[in-house]
Design a protein around this ligand. Structure first.
Ligand SMILES: *Cc1c(COP(=O)(O)O)cnc(C)c1O
Length: 499
């Protein structure tokens, strides 16, 4: 499969796109011919997660043999990496609402769904591309990508990984998970700045030829584990396809019935994967984009204008504290009818003015598939409390934002109530002890672990094993730098592993 850029007509192999992450023109790689309507129910009926994974990946990646893909998938979606053989179980909350649990991987966030597989794709791509340089994965994180990427790449031969996270922009548990990371090829650095700062810096760095030359002389090349990489996006399509098979097999929907999805959104990667699944033939009805107070996307879906000129809020759903959603560019590309010139123009405008608008026809088409809604922190805590009291089910703050957005949409569109809707649950609630304590009126402990013990005692939710083990691990990475020093930090890390 050839991939092209959202901003121009370059053509590269998928292995090149996987290896380099971002296109040289600054655009994002997209399939040059989209495998539209290539999936049917018959193809996925009664298949396991791993079997469905191979079927989906084959549509987007053709350089790897089926055997190779099968091996990668078996290693990634194993019972070592996931605490359930379903991999992404569907929890039925009520007749018309299911929760898609995407947090059963090693780091208790949905990022594991892609980052368990991604290192295998990257290493295989490197081999096919005959690339001998060391790969340095550079990744900005709003909390969960960092840990999931670190676990995915830890001690993977021929790779190193550098994570940057905003020092005040992640939950204490997320921070601890990263600061205590093990592995001989990892580096983790906090920055004084927010996620957008870190992500923007890296996107510029990926197209900085001088920097690329500097590290190439040391036999190093950069790549990305952020969802700008097509290797992150493709594995996320799998669970929406799997969901369709599950909903039919449990009788929640008929094969020819649609279901809606609600996705708590930050960088627009997860919801874009749902949109890809829909384009590939999965009968998804509405895609509901849920935001917290950083509601730039809600406004976009309501008005057609994406305006980043607004205050940035730090919320209790930190993985969604993003104003500049990377994958939104891929979305614009499809809205334009795969027109890279129009997409370039939009991205140029966004860069210059912080604001971009689609026309009325385009907005109408967008609203046919998508809608957006947001809730604030107080509402998020109320939802956690209400859902726990009504259903005995504990939501993490991000998933609660999705639930809140769904409830808001129900009030506006009564017909939704009769349709089946799937809420994407993107993190285990135990990653966010403080807001959960506040929501459920549980006295906080002296530290995160004591709070979690109290939550566990009240709700009966068991401690994920990895979080229990984390408690006794040593802090390793406690450095904080100014965002201007990120380049220097990268070069220091390179020198530490280049002989
Ligand atoms: C990353 C993340 C999100 C946002 O997902 P995007 O693909 O960036 O839109 C939402 N919730 C949690 C818990 C996350 O880790």
């Amino acid at each position: 499969m050839k991939y092209t850029s959202t901003r121009g007509d370059v053509m590269v192999d998928e292995t090149y796109a996987l290896l380099h992450g971002l296109a040289e023109d600054g655009g994002l790689y997209v399939p040059s011919t989209f495998p539209s309507n290539s999936l049917t129910y018959e193809m996925i009926a009664n298949k396991s997660y791993q079997e469905i994974a191979v079927i989906v990946l084959e549509k987007l990646f053709t350089s790897f043999s089926q055997k190779a893909l099968r091996e990668m998938v078996q290693s990634a979606y194993s019972e070592i990496n996931f605490d359930t053989s379903d991999i992404a179980p569907l929890h039925s909350l009520s007749e018309h609402v299911s929760i898609l649990e995407l947090f059963h991987g090693r780091t208790q966030a949905f990022k594991d769904m892609a980052l368990s597989l991604f290192p295998y794709l990257l290493v295989a791509a490197k081999k096919i591309e005959k690339e001998s340089k060391n790969i340095l994965i550079l990744t900005a994180t709003s909390g969960d990508t960092g840990k999931a990427a670190l676990e995915g790449f830890k001690d993977v031969e021929g790779t190193h990984i550098q994570i940057f996270y905003p020092t005040d922009g992640v939950s204490p548990m997320q921070k601890e998970q990263m600061q205590k990371q093990e592995g001989s090829n990892v580096n983790v650095t906090a920055i004084n700045g927010n996620f957008d700062d870190a992500q923007q810096f890296l996107k510029r760095l990926f197209v900085d030829e001088t920097m690329a030359d500097t590290v190439a002389q040391k036999d190093v090349m950069f790549s990305s584990a952020n969802s700008i990489n097509i290797g992150r996006l493709a594995p996320q399509i799998i669970y929406y396809v799997f969901t369709y098979a599950e909903l039919v097999s449990t009788g929640a929907i008929h094969t020819d019935e649609t279901f809606n999805v609600v996705v708590p959104t930050g960088n627009f990667g997860n919801i874009l994967a749902a949109y890809y699944a829909k384009k590939m033939g999965i009968p998804i009805g509405k895609l509901i984009c849920a935001s917290n107070q950083n509601n730039v996307l809600t406004d976009f879906f309501n008005t057609g204008t994406y305006d980043m000129n607004r205050p940035f809020y730090t919320t209790i759903s930190p993985s969604m504290d993003i104003l500049e959603s990377s994958n939104f560019e891929r979305f614009l590309y499809y809205i334009s009818g795969e027109d890279s010139e129009r997409t370039s123009f939009w991205m140029e405008t966004l860069k210059k003015t912080g604001c971009v608008s689609v026309n009325e026809d385009e907005l109408k088409r967008i609203q046919h598939d998508f809608s957006g809604a947001y809730i604030d922190d107080e509402e998020t805590k109320s939802i956690i409390d209400e859902v726990y009291n009504s259903y005995g089910y504990l939501l993490d703050p991000h998933t609660a934002v999705a639930m809140g957005a769904y409830i808001k949409e129900l009030q506006l569109h009564l017909e939704l109530e009769q349709q089946h809707t799937v809420i994407a649950a993107t993190a285990h609630p135990f990653k966010f002890p403080d807001p959960i304590c506040e929501a459920l009126h549980i006295q906080q402990g002296h530290n995160a672990y004591e709070s979690l013990e109290a939550i566990s005692a009240v709700t009966g939710v068991a401690f994920p094993k990895q979080l229990l083990e984390l408690r006794n691990k040593k802090l390793r990475f406690t450095k904080t730098i100014d965002k201007e020093a990120m380049k220097e930090e990268i070069l220091l890390f390179v020198d530490s592993f280049v002989k």
